[in-house]
Structure formats: C-alpha cells, structure tokens
Design a protein around this ligand. Structure first.
Ligand SMILES: [Zn+2]
Length: 111
C-alpha cells in the first residue's frame, strides 16, 4: 500500500531525529497535487506508530495548495490537478511551484 510505505518513511525519519526522546507532535506538509490522501496517512500513522516513541504523538497535516507558473503568459495560476491549465490564458505549459510537497516540517519532542 502506497500510503503505508510513505507513513513508514515519515515515522523512520522522526525516530532518527528524536533518538530516545519521546515525540509529542509532528507537522507534515502534503501538497494538494500529490496523490497522497491525508486521511490514509492518519490511519496508517496510528497503526505504524504503535510501540514506538511516536505512539500517541499528534499528527498535524498541513495541506499545501497547488500553484504553478505559466510558461506562456508568465503569470502564477492556482492548480487543482497536476496537469491543470493556466487560469489566465488556458495554456497547459505550466511549471509547478507548490503542491507536490510531502515532507516533515517540524517535530516536537519532550526535553
Ligand atoms: Zn497563462
């Protein structure tokens, strides 16, 4: 399962950073253009964190909206899908600026 391995990756990263300390919360950015479903991550997190120092930690998921820059007209345009088109000129030659994120932004540990 896609989300399961992603979640495991997030957990491994947190454990690596925290060492022996207990993790209180973690902040994960998920772009709206990524194919990752936040609810699935939450579900997998419950299961995968059991028995680790992440158990009971608060998982905060931050959604990052999709933004692109149009290569035709040069303007920035909001994107709701990976291969969207420019809101201004309709072109689909777009460089994606944000929305593909999948990263741990912050980890809060006990002192
Ligand atoms: Zn455009």
């Amino acid at each position: 399962m896609h989300e399961m391995s992603i979640t495991q990756g997030i957990i491994d990263l947190c454990l690596e950073h925290a060492g022996d300390r207990r993790i209180r919360s973690l902040n994960v950015e998920i772009g709206e253009l990524s194919s990752v479903v936040p609810e699935s991550i939450e579900f997998c997190f419950e299961a995968c964190s059991r028995g680790t120092s992440l158990e009971g930690a608060r998982l905060i998921i931050v959604r990052v909206p999709g933004m692109g820059q149009c290569l035709e007209c040069g303007q920035e345009t909001p994107l709701t899908e990976l291969y969207g088109s420019c809101q201004h000129c309709g072109s689909n030659r777009i460089t994606i600026l944000t929305g593909e994120e999948l990263r741990v932004r912050e980890i809060e540990v006990d002192d």
